[in-house]
Design a protein around this ligand. Structure first.
Ligand SMILES: Nc1ncnc2c1ncn2[C@@H]1O[C@H](COP(=O)(O)OP(=O)(O)O)[C@@H](O)[C@H]1O
Ligand SMILES: [Mg+2]
Length: 319
């Protein structure tokens, strides 16, 4: 006999499904409304039968750790029917707080026009703040991209979500643990994830920093820095050739449409250093001249920056 799953105290009992708001390779995400309270949530339903229960359980475990931190910059976990069961239930889902303005990716697609430097700075700042919360809890994200950065409420609060590929940084003895899984979106992956053998290990935190580099580029110009066909060839070449490609990318390739700020170029290069140990750290990113004006802005200035971003996102809003 199947045992009834025990649900967390936040369990959402009766709700109506309003609409499909997103999907991934393994899931559909719906906007739902709790009948008794009228509150809305996002329900992530796993559709792929090959998806491992242990992976969902890990996603729940990580979400619960992060939700406890009560950070402004991360999506909150509400409940799941998989929380206390290992049974292969017909329906498998997780309910999250709803980011009412959707994913950042949608806003980049709409205009296909990059964001201003100041808007890029504030987004990167907030994503780094989210990653610092993860790091403080011994977790790396490993799937940073604009489809996993959500916007919430009238002020388009930026929140990092989708911890489905996230991983613990330390083992049970507190020793640094390396990652093996090479899953994630190719466009955003660090060279050490693309190269090498299937079981080669890499530092997940450093890989996240590389993805921030790709994110920064995509935000600024709405183009991926590397073409799919280039991935393996670029990274398998020697380091000198890698830097030649990077320099062409920021100095020549998009000359006709954009002149990158010198500090943007400097930060981008530091983020996408092909040698993980030489990559810039979270603290150094916040202290970098490109980001600094946001990091050290006083409250009034910070909300002016936020208003500016809200205005831009509002002009792109299309739901
Ligand atoms: N909490 C949420 N609020 C609003 N939209 C969401 C939320 N969670 C997911 N989505 C939408 O669903 C998409 C897929 O969800 P995600 O958790 O990223 O799944 P996957 O693990 O398959 O990438 C997101 O890119 C986004 O468009
Ligand atoms: Mg996702």
């Amino acid at each position: 006999m199947l045992s009834k799953p025990v649900l967390s105290s936040n369990h959402i009992s009766n709700y109506t499904v309003e609409k499909l708001i997103g999907y991934g390779g393994f899931c559909n995400v719906y906007k739902i409304r709790e009948i008794s309270t009228g509150k809305t949530y996002a329900k992530k339903e796993y559709t792929n039968l090959n998806f491992k229960i242990s992976d969902i359980q890990k996603e729940i475990k990580i979400n619960k750790i992060i939700s406890k931190c009560d950070s402004l910059y991360t999506i909150k976990y509400i409940c799941s029917n998989m929380e206390n069961t290992n049974e292969d239930l017909d329906e498998k889902y997780i309910i999250f707080e709803l980011a009412s303005k959707g994913a950042l990716f949608d806003y980049l697609e709409i205009k296909n026009k990059g964001l201003s430097d100041i808007n890029c700075k504030i987004i990167i700042y907030k994503v780094i703040k989210a990653l610092q919360v993860l790091k403080a809890n011994g977790i790396c994200h490993r799937d940073i991209d604009p489809q996993n950065i959500f916007l919430d409420g009238e002020r388009y609060q930026i929140k990092l979500g989708d911890f489905g590929l996230s991983e613990f940084i330390y083992d049970e003895n507190g020793n640094k643990k390396l990652s093996k899984s090479k899953k994630g979106k190719k466009n955003f992956k660090a060279p050490e994830m693309l190269n090498g053998q299937k079981d080669d290990e890499y530092d997940g935190e450093k890989a996240d920093i590389y993805s921030i580099g790709v994110l920064l580029f995509v935000l600024r110009i709405c183009v991926y820095p590397f073409l799919k066909t280039e991935f393996y060839s670029i990274f398998n070449e020697d380091e000198q050739r890698y830097w030649k490609i990077i320099n062409e990318l920021i100095e020549k390739k998009y000359n006709s449409i954009i002149e990158f700020d010198p500090q943007f170029k400097d930060l981008f290069k530091k983020l996408v250093n092909p040698i993980p140990s030489k990559r810039i750290t979270f603290e150094e990113i916040l202290d970098h001249p490109y980001i600094k004006e946001v990091t050290y802005a006083n409250e009034a200035q910070f909300s002016i920056y936020e208003d500016n971003l809200i205005e831009e996102l509002n002009s792109r809003f299309q739901f």
